[in-house]
Design a protein around this ligand. Structure first.
Ligand SMILES: NC(=O)c1ccc[n+]([C@@H]2O[C@H](COP(=O)([O-])OP(=O)(O)OC[C@H]3O[C@@H](n4cnc5c(N)ncnc54)[C@H](OP(=O)(O)O)[C@@H]3O)[C@@H](O)[C@H]2O)c1
Length: 285
């Protein structure tokens, strides 16, 4: 079978960067999305590079994997019990004999339980399968500041979350996408787990200082209590489950679960990971 990659989550933060990488490598891929117009506008691709794909719609699996021999599996964020829609797709791949899977997980995920244990459940599911899987565990994305905190930063002068005084090695999604593109197009990565961090451990106090410099504007990290955080999300109209999801996720920074750096980006790419200031300068131009 000729190499052909299906990228799930192709229109998202990681997916867009991965599509660009694979285009640069002239790799054979199709971008999976629930909506062609969204795919066309975000990825600037022609219709033959798009396939309709929805984890929740099993009938989309067959066509999306036509002539495909490797798959990048990325589940959407803010979805409790995500494994419930991902496992049927993994089972489909096993049944169809598509053996090469790259799964986008998260650094420190083992510390999350209950409805948030999905990455851990998926990693175990893949390890128990006969698939030639590779697991990517990126740390917190440096791009979260632009994607999720733009209003807080620009209008309120704050970065607002519940990470306490904990530290994290924010990773550039471009680095994650470069690693993913290598793992998808080169041999020798089966059975491996790569933990992808940036080059420096930073607290949100540190990040606020860097943001202040890059944005040329005073940014503070108020280090709110969980109660204040929950109240602010509610006041902003967010459903309750968002706080239930985000508090334990940021808790991974607070309790030190993600408070270490790895060499995996450099080992796979042969170049150092990008630091937060460089990403912010690129994002906030
Ligand atoms: N943000 C972080 O700091 C961080 C760190 C580590 C790991 N992660 C993990 O990264 C993942 C999120 O990646 P991201 O930020 O790139 O996501 P994103 O930008 O929010 O994009 C999510 C993608 O999922 C697709 N999608 C939504 N519902 C779908 C469904 N039912 N079936 C198929 N596709 C669906 C959307 O595509 P369409 O709408 O076009 O279908 C979209 O492209 C999560 O699994 C999260 O746990 C995040």
């Amino acid at each position: 079978m000729k190499e052909k990659i299906l990228i799930t989550g192709a229109t998202g933060t990681i997916g867009k960067a991965l599509v660009r990488q694979l285009q640069g490598l002239k790799a054979n891929f199709v971008a999976g999305s629930r909506d062609f117009n969204k795919a066309k506008s975000t990825l600037n691709i022609s219709e033959d590079k798009w396939v309709k794909f929805d984890f929740a719609e099993i009938h989309t699996f067959e066509k999306a994997t036509e002539n495909v021999d490797r798959v990048f599996v990325l589940g959407p964020p803010l979805t409790l019990n995500l494994e419930q829609i991902l496992i049927p797709f993994i089972d489909f791949l096993i049944h169809k004999g598509i053996n090469r899977v790259v799964y986008l997980s998260a650094f420190g995920n083992q510390s999350l339980g209950g409805d948030l244990a999905f990455h851990h459940i998926m990693e175990n599911y893949l390890k128990e399968s006969q698939l030639g899987f590779t697991i990517l565990q990126p740390s917190f994305f440096a791009q979260n500041f632009k994607n999720y905190e733009y209003e807080n930063l620009m209008e309120r002068g704050i970065t607002f979350n519940v990470a306490g005084d904990g530290k994290v090695g924010f990773v550039d999604v471009e680095d994650v996408a470069k690693v993913a593109s290598k793992v998808l197009t080169e041999d020798g990565h089966a059975g491996k787990t790569y933990q992808l961090t940036g080059p420096v451990l930073l607290s949100y106090h540190d990040a606020a200082n860097i943001l202040s410099e890059v944005l040329n504007k005073n940014i503070i990290y108020p280090n709110p209590s969980e109660e204040a955080y929950r109240g602010a999300l509610k006041a902003g109209g967010a459903p309750d489950f968002i706080a239930d999801y985000m508090i334990p996720v940021y808790g991974m920074i607070k309790d030190g679960s993600v408070g270490r750096l790895t060499k995996d980006v450099e080992e796979v790419l042969g170049e150092k990971p990008t630091d937060l200031k460089t990403v912010l300068k690129r994002d906030f131009v």
